[in-house]
Design a protein around this ligand. Sequence first.
Ligand code: HEM
Length: 478
Amino acid sequence: MLHVDDLPRIADRGLLGSFGRTTAERLAMQREVANADAPLVRGRILHLPLILPATPDACHEVLVTQARSFEKSPGLRVLLHDLAGQGLFTSEGELWRRQRKLMAPIFTPAALSRFAEAMQQTAERAADRMSPGQSIDLAHETTRIAMTVVGNALFGTDTFDEADALGAALTTALGWVNGALTSPTIVPHIFVLDLTRKLADHSPGPVRRALERIRGTFESPILVPGSRSKALRAAMAVVETRIHELIAERRRDGVEHHDLLSRLLHARDADEGGAMTDAQVRDEVVTLFVAGHETTATSLAWCFYLLSRHPEVRARVVAEADALGDGPITRFDPERLALTTRVFREALRLYPPVMMFPRRTLEPIELCGTALPARSLVFVSAWAQHRRADVWRDPDRFDPDRFLPEVEAARPKGSYLPFSAGPRFCIGMHFAMMEGPIVLATLLRRFHFELDDSREIVEDDFATLRPRGGVPAIVRAR
Ligand code: HEM
């Protein structure tokens, strides 16, 4: 059996190791993973070895077959602690299992179908605000639309975007998490967290309690005094007040609502019959709000960029949108938006909004013939899988027909991962796969968006893989 030290190494890129400090460095790291022949390669973050599964099989093992031997990397949990608390994205173990079971029925295609019309109406309202000749940033527009869509789905209100205090506060908090994600201080932070946990487990009563108190402070991010921390605290105060008001109002009013908040409040465990506490509902609401808009908005922005670079595909997508007629989309029919859906999926391949899934082993395991000790960092890269030349012919080329059913059927498991895979795959996948094509078709039916084709747009990886500098466009009448 191989050991971590036997694995092929990828390039070192300074203090943070192979991880890199900039988006370009992180993409270069993933390109190396995409080009690797071995199932696993080895990098480094600060002093820690970083295992990078390179082949689809290796990713499938981590995410699906051996999923029980992994937890999400604790760094993410710490950074999202104040915002998403113990919500579905960050929780682990029994709590996560219970919550996933409670929430799964809310996110089936059938349960979500009633949101199709609201998705279209939100995009129509955004188009109503546009006029020919106007300069817009499509990344900003799609963020507004996606925020309104998820706000509407959660709370049943139409006016929800970043102009709303809650939307603005969540945007500020997410911006803070973005900034902290690539900070090297998170590694020593996790080291202290683990160390205090380990010491507490082996210490007598009073020492244990003291260590647990210290550990408690390290469960959340350490805020360095300054304007960013002040802005974060102010934003979090707004989030707490507004979300608790929304939950309390809903509990009081007794009227039947059909939004996700009501469904969360009424969800019952089939075996134990238990409902969620208000604190848990708060964490889930914030999680869904954050996870549910930035990702979809980013993919939509990339779609517009890709379509502008490929006018022949754009013409076919516009024809598909026109064929829908003027009426409301009351039920999402993927057949009628087949090409638009393939474009959305191809954008998710080239620019996966969540490009890496950081994991840590819970116990010693064997992965693809290599012995990994407990607490090994294993980062699955969707980006690398999506750029493998042995899976995707000419992988950097935009080609929506890669997602024709017969082509797709021939691809190995673990090769297409925009929504991850296994037990922790994205619960909002059907929501996003409905929203993306509906919003794209609705906007393209109304306007032509003219981009400056001499300007290449590059990636910027914060929490999601955004187009750097947005997607500036001029609105043209059709
Ligand atoms: C194009 C849009 C989207 C993309 C690319 C995306 C991607 C992902 C990925 C990759 C994960 C797993 C991360 C990991 O395993 O480390 C995830 C999890 C999650 N996503 Fe999404 N997502 C999208 C839209 C949504 C939407 C619309 C919602 C909710 C309305 C949502 C809610 C969640 C939640 C709650 C989780 C955690 C699930 C769990 O751990 O059980 N996402 N998403």
